[in-house]
Every structure is written in C-alpha cells, then in structure tokens.
Design a protein around this ligand. Structure first.
Ligand code: BTN
Length: 320
C-alpha cells in the first residue's frame, strides 16, 4: 500500500483523535516530511485533514470522501484483500462490473462511483445518481452455481442494506418485495442484481449486485413524490459501504443459514397488504401472505387459491 493509503487508513481507523506527525513517521518508517507530503496530496484529493500544533493530524468529522483505504478500515479481517475500485464518475457501476468480468476479473470486487451518468434500475428504468447524492456500488461475486440458488442473493442484498442502515443510523427501513427499500414511506434504495451465465445458461458464473442508496439527495421535482433520502449528517459512507459488503458477503458464504429470510419478513412493507401484480400483460390482485424459502412472494387470490411470485414488480393497492 502506498504511504498515502496507509496514512488514510490510520486516520480513518482513529477518527476523532489526532495523531502526531512523528508517530505516523515512526509507524510507517518514513520521515515527518514524507508524512506531511502525503497529507498535502490527500488534501488535494478533497480529504479534510486538520493539523494542530502539538497534537498532530486528524480527519475532520465531516470528511466523507469515499475511498478504498477508508472502506478497508471498517472491513473485517477476512475481507482485507477485497478488490475495491472507486471512480469519480462512471456510466454505471454495474456496466463497469460487466466490463471487468469480460476482461477476466475473477476476484470478489467492489466497484463504487461518486456519480453515475447512466445509472440503471430494473425494467429498463434509470436510477438518479448525482454527485453527493448517495452511494452507488456493485459487488461482484463468482458463485458458479445454479440460477435458482443465485436468486436468493437479491433477497439477501435487501436484508444486508436494511440492517446496515438501521445499525448505523438507528432509522427503521422497510423492504418492498422484491428489493426496494423504503424510509418514511418513500423509496430510498434500489437494487439491481444481474447474472453472468455460462454458454448453456445453466450455471451462474458471476453475480453483480448493484445497490443505489439515496443520501442527502436533492431530487428533481418529478422524483420528489416517490423518492426520499437518508440524512447525510448521520452517515459515514465508507462505514456504511463496508457494513453492507461484509454483511452481504457473510450471508452469501452461509447461504444455508436461512436467518436472513426471517429478517426480510420482519422488514417487509407488503405482508398482510393488498397488492397488484402484472403477469403476461394482465393486472391481478391479491393479498401478500408470506415470503417462501426462496424469497418468493406467496399471494392469496380473491378465489382463495394461492400463487407464488418469484420475480416481477408489485404495487400496493390503496385502501378504499
Ligand atoms: C431499481 O431501483 O430499480 C434498482 C436501482 C439500482 C441502482 C444501482 S446504483 C449502482 C448500480 N449501478 C447501476 O447502474 N444500477 C445499480
């Protein structure tokens, strides 16, 4: 790791405390002048680093630049080698993930952008991704598994994000099946999971889990009715990204442990409610009863029979 990254990791790990130039120099085996140069370089990249005579260097409380080094400060040891790529601007982190996989990437990797010019949502929709408006990331894994097993990753992702937000902010969130997150009645997060399959399509070689979370977002008028955001003051974005990545990675690695489904049910915005869903161009309605073990939505139809939705979109029916 370059001195700049080492220094950032140290400052992030010791947030809230000042560290003297001398102890940093001793720790990294370099001169105080080299430490000062690294601090200057980081400041040029936008990091607010305070320097106080007699106490040393300290990351400003509101310094929230997303970086690989800062995310690593919050990752558990088993993810210390996670490949993390950050971009100031990109078309879409999911597109970049696909390009990297095509070019032969075989590591578990996290792609993060500060802004997306063509952020994508499900069903061909776009995802509003302005700078300083949230977190836009894609986690790439290579499960080499059957498509049915890979589908539960979407469900896990929704749980990982909901739990991470609650842990860090204390704010309750709800999951609208399949994987939109709601906060105070409006959407704050969307998840787009895409699979790269082998030629026969029988095995999922890689999965790209694209997650967009609105934080401190200033929305254009047409989105203000339906979208909302988390308050930016309460969130350290590097820590939230690390929490989501590690919790999701843990769930995927212990896929037989179905505990995440219990959490999914507890966070559900739709269970017990009347819903509409679309199938072959027709709109149907029913009551959302439960989530099955594959993340499917069990729906009771007006004639009393039941059906299980395994993909698609639903909407809540307004009470008459
Ligand atoms: C949806 O709401 O329909 C899903 C939105 C998913 C947005 C995320 S942001 C990071 C990743 N890159 C994209 O282009 N989309 C996903």
């Amino acid at each position: 790791m370059a001195l700049k990254e080492q220094l950032l990791l140290e400052l992030e790990t010791n947030r809230g405390a000042a560290i003297s130039g001398q102890s940093l120099a001793d720790k990294f085996g370099v001169s105080r002048n080299a430490v000062w140069k690294a601090v200057t370089a980081l400041r040029k990249e936008g990091y607010q680093i305070l320097s106080r005579t007699n106490s040393g260097y300290q990351l400003a409380d509101d310094c929230d630049v997303v970086s690989a080094a800062a995310i690593k400060a919050y990752l558990p040891q088993q993810l210390a080698d996670l490949t993390i790529l950050t971009y100031k601007e990109i078309d879409s982190t999911n597109n970049e993930a696909k390009r990297l996989i095509s070019a032969g990437l075989s590591d578990v990797a996290l792609i993060i952008a500060q802004r997306q010019s063509e952020g994508r949502g499900r069903q061909g929709r776009s995802f509003y991704s302005p700078e300083h408006g949230g977190i836009y990331l894609s986690l790439i894994i290579h499960p080499n598994t059957a498509i049915t097993k890979a589908m539960s990753i979407t469900t896990m992702a929704a749980v990982a994000v909901a739990e991470a937000i609650e842990k860090m902010t204390g704010e309750p969130t709800e999951i609208k099946w399949v994987n939109d997150l709601f906060y105070q009645g409006k959407k704050i997060c969307g998840i787009l999971t895409e699979a790269v399959t082998d030629l026969e399509g029988a095995l999922v070689q890689s999965v790209i889990i694209g997650i967009g979370i609105n934080i401190g977002t200033v929305f254009p008028e047409q989105l203000q009715e339906i979208a909302s955001c988390l308050p930016s003051q309460s969130i350290n974005r590097n820590q939230l990204i690390a929490e989501i990545a590690s919790s999701l990675y843990r769930m995927i690695s212990n896929a037989d442990d179905k505990e995440y489904l219990q959490s999914y049910r507890q966070h559900s915005l739709v269970l017990g409610k009347e819903i509409n869903y679309l199938q072959n161009g027709e709109t149907y309605h029913g009551t959302a009863l439960d989530i099955d073990d594959n993340g499917g939505l069990i729906v009771r139809l007006p004639d009393g029979s039941q059906t299980i939705l395994s993909s698609g979109e639903i909407s809540l029916r307004l009470a008459k």
